[in-house]
Write a protein that binds this ligand. Structure first.
Ligand code: NAD
Length: 514
């Protein structure tokens, strides 16, 4: 498996952040300088003093190359470890290099605390560091994956790195990795076998099978696993017990046992259905989500909620049943019909409003920019959802912030007879609820305009269709989210990046001006 190499000038916190990153991802942590010291039996300062910098650099090369035989690890490198071309090509061919960078003042502040450990910077620290940074300027600038660490805690920096890498590990409900990987679909087999998953069956829908069925089968075959591909008809109308029955039968026909793995390969409908079928077959077999719509990548595949619809309503039967892996490949989005992509973007904007102002600003650049940067958009939006569900896996409290836009949105979706897509309804709901936040002085004036502008730039609707009767919308909101005292709990934005829960009695107010 590839390593994660943390690199950058001295003082950027590679070791401190590296330990947190390793803990978050459940990977071993390696501090290259500490291994060099252990092997040499003396501190680096003495190696340099007694044997010279060249000898230290030779130790560095041999110690780095020994990592070729190690399991995937987070590796903190010394500040000049990749100056040698052979070291750099080794690191780049054995993993991903993340460059940590910070302002000179930040570095000086941190280095002053432990200047004794940095022999190459002994003497006047400020002068030495400026000259070292000037000398290495082009070298550091040549790394593409850069993370700015100024004014952030080590925990925040670890999360920034995870978002840059598209690597997450969830542990609040089951233990599983969520990975965003360009062309990751082709790695499905390898990523399953490396987690001990075997005897897979793929459940997909007719559209996804047409585009990618062969590709995913080939990936499993290349990893030594033959698999059946069970295809269901596409669409919400098939998220029923009848379809689950067909899926169970396919499991039986394929000879699945309790150690088998179900791969849910498709949008939110397939993830919900196949996850539910996996959670109930033989009282639960392993499942993996390979989401192929934007909505499924940033929402439906994360959090372990599976389920089906009943004629009486959506998602009325289901289970909390976490997958063993979520693998999102933004390449899959290339074939997604435009309206489906745009609908998924409503949830992405929502995640930005909940807790990532930068994601919100990026979405504000419009559809073309977003379409060309889907990998980044998916990584950032996934990070937000994961942060929330890890805090509240079973929906006891803070997970309700994810409902922003959904109280009005669900009502609009329902009363429109589902002629609006979910994301379109949520977009309308977010604008209405932002206006409500302004009216209740939870948010300052102007927030709903900023949100409307961003959503319209992406081609999403922002007004409740005129033909939807207000009384029916209010009735639908009451049925959907009523609390015992008759109030409705809304998740309302305070500003971009912050949402609070507020109980509201007057529902007319939630629809005013929308
Ligand atoms: N479990 C959860 O936490 C959760 C959260 C949010 C939504 N959901 C559920 O997700 C469902 C909606 O998901 P959705 O929007 O992904 O809908 P979907 O699964 O119906 O997919 C939308 C359409 O896109 C097609 N498609 C999928 N991937 C494609 C690709 N890469 N290229 C071309 N076509 C592709 C599908 O065949 C379908 O026609 C709803 O049932 C909702 O309840 C679940």
């Amino acid at each position: 498996m590839p390593h994660i190499f943390l690199y950058g000038p001295p003082g950027t916190g590679k070791s401190t952040v590296g330990k947190i990153l390793a803990r978050n991802l459940k990977l071993p942590f390696v501090d290259l300088d500490r291994i060099i010291e252990k092997n040499a039996g003396m501190p680096i300062s003495l190696i340099v003093e007694q044997q010279g910098e060249l000898m230290f650099r030779n130790f560095e090369t041999s110690t780095l190359k020994a990592l070729a035989d190690e399991t995937e690890s987070v590796v903190a490198l010394g500040g000049g470890a990749l100056l040698r071309d052979e070291n750099r090509s080794f690191a780049e061919s054995h993993g991903e290099v993340i460059l940590l960078i910070a302002k000179l003042e930040t570095l000086l502040e941190r280095l002053n605390e432990d200047s004794m450990k940095r022999p190459l910077l002994s003497g006047d620290l400020g002068e030495k560091l400026s000259s070292l940074l000037a000398k290495r300027y082009e070298h550091y600038a040549s790394f593409t994956n850069q993370v700015y660490v100024d004014r952030k805690t080590s925990d925040q920096n670890a999360l920034q790195i995870q978002t840059a890498l598209g690597r997450f590990h969830l542990s609040a409900m089951g233990e599983y990795d969520a990975i965003v990987q360009n062309h990751g679909m082709e790695q499905t087999g390898e990523l399953c076998t490396s987690r001990g998953l075997r005897n897979p069956i793929i459940v997909t829908d007719e559209n996804v099978a047409r585009f990618y069925g062969e590709k995913i089968m080939l990936s499993l075959r290349n990893a030594g696993m033959d698999s059946d591909l069970f295809t269901i008809p596409a669409g919400e109308g098939h998220k029923t017990l009848n379809t689950v029955n067909h899926i169970w039968n396919a499991f039986l026909k394929a000879g699945l046992d309790r150690k088998s793995t179900v791969i849910a390969f498709g949008g939110g409908v397939v993830c919900d259905l196949a996850g539910f079928a996996a959670s109930t077959f033989m009282r639960g077999v392993c499942w993996v989500a390979v989401p192929t719509t934007l909505l499924a990548m940033v929402d439906a595949s994360l959090g372990g909620k599976t389920g089906i619809d009943l004629p009486e309503g959506k998602n009325l039967v289901g289970s909390f049943y976490p997958p063993k892996l979520v693998l999102a490949d933004s390449q899959a989005l290339k074939s997604l019909p435009g309206p489906e992509l745009i609908s998924g973007l409503a949830e992405v904007v929502k995640h930005g409003i909940i807790s990532d102002p930068q994601l919100f600003n990026l979405c504000g650049r419009g559809l073309d920019w977003v379409g060309n940067n889907l990998d980044e958009v998916v990584r950032r939006a996934m990070a937000v959802k994961i942060k929330v569900i890890e805090e509240d896996p079973y929906e006891k409290g803070v997970r309700a912030v994810l409902n922003f836009g959904h109280t009005v949105g669900h009502a609009v979706e329902l009363v429109s007879g589902f002629r609006l897509r979910h994301g379109e309804a949520v977009s309308i709901g977010m604008v209405a609820e932002a206006k409500l936040a302004e009216r209740l002085t939870v948010a300052g004036q102007g927030l709903s305009d900023a949100i409307s502008e961003s959503l319209s730039e992406l081609g999403l609707p922002i007004h409740i269709p005129k033909d939807l009767p207000r009384a029916e919308l209010i009735r639908a909101m009451r049925v959907d989210k009523k609390k015992s005292n008759g109030d409705i709990r809304f998740a309302l934005p305070v500003e971009i990046g912050k949402v609070v829960l507020v109980d509201v009695a007057d529902l007319e107010m939630a629809l005013e001006g929308s």
